[in-house]
Write a protein that binds this ligand. Sequence first.
Ligand SMILES: [Ca+2]
Ligand SMILES: [Ca+2]
Length: 332
Amino acid sequence: MKKIISSILFCLLFVCSFGQFSFDTCMVSYYPFNANAADESGFGNNGTVYGATLTEDRFGNPNSAYDFDGDDYITMLNPGPTADSSRTISFWALIETTLGVMDTGQTILAYGSTTLPNPGERYRIQVDRNCSGIGIEVEEAVYTKPTDVSVSEEWHHYVVVFDKDVSSQLVTGTKIYLDGNLITDMPCDSYSPSVPINTAQTHPLQLGKNTVTAYPRYFHGKLDDFRIYNCALGSTEIDSLFNEPNPTASIDEIDIGANVLIYPNPTNQVVSISIGETTITNVSILSVSGEIVKSIDSNFSEINVSDLTAGVYFVHVFNNETTIAMKKLVIE
Ligand SMILES: [Ca+2]
Ligand SMILES: [Ca+2]
């Protein structure tokens, strides 16, 4: 049976600087895409993947982001923040611009209403609706900021903020950040700006495809690291998100003088552990998020890992209760 080691123990073993910020107290969903579309916020709003394929993230980590090639999407169980509540949606995207899909308003994220027209009741983050940029559609109102998405097909960080207490409740009160910077240029396209945000609960969160069947407006490119908050984050917090380090590089490997070798690495079949004089009594293999995916208590020279999904893992080597080593293992 799978277990989760406590976050305190995990942080003692690792440099626990990834995936967690002090302002995460108002986080409602978190999709780091560690080889799946699970919600790692603790609220269980997990995703089901329809056609999107795992790919490298912006750091080159395997199976740590999703690729959408124009007919793919991921659907969660529940909506995001609804009605006129404040919200922040942070994500990384690599947007393909060579497919002739400009001006179609391809979908990054959508939820709320499923029917037309329901002014204010659909909430959608989209690309290139009538001009090059990232924008918001709330049904009957579209508001796009110029973000030069056509300049290069590279990973960029986008944050969309709606603060009900500061902004007007109209879609034009939305703030959009690109790579940590607030885009203050005039919107390149805006119509029906008098429509207020009033997101319905009818359709759950969905990535890569619109909620209205007649206009799927599929996404072309790669998406990663969605964080959804039911509060409005400020520029300092958004800068922290933009500068989040590589989650696997920030984890310290440990070797308590035993010269532990783990090979072959990467692998996708059998991994062996060799060690000097010290005795191994048990080994755990953990996911990046600290879940124990395999426990072994014998034959450490032939550990079958062919059942593990490709991605980055950690091998925790024990002598009884004592940690001997913690080593990174890449499953291909
Ligand atoms: Ca990721
Ligand atoms: Ca596909």
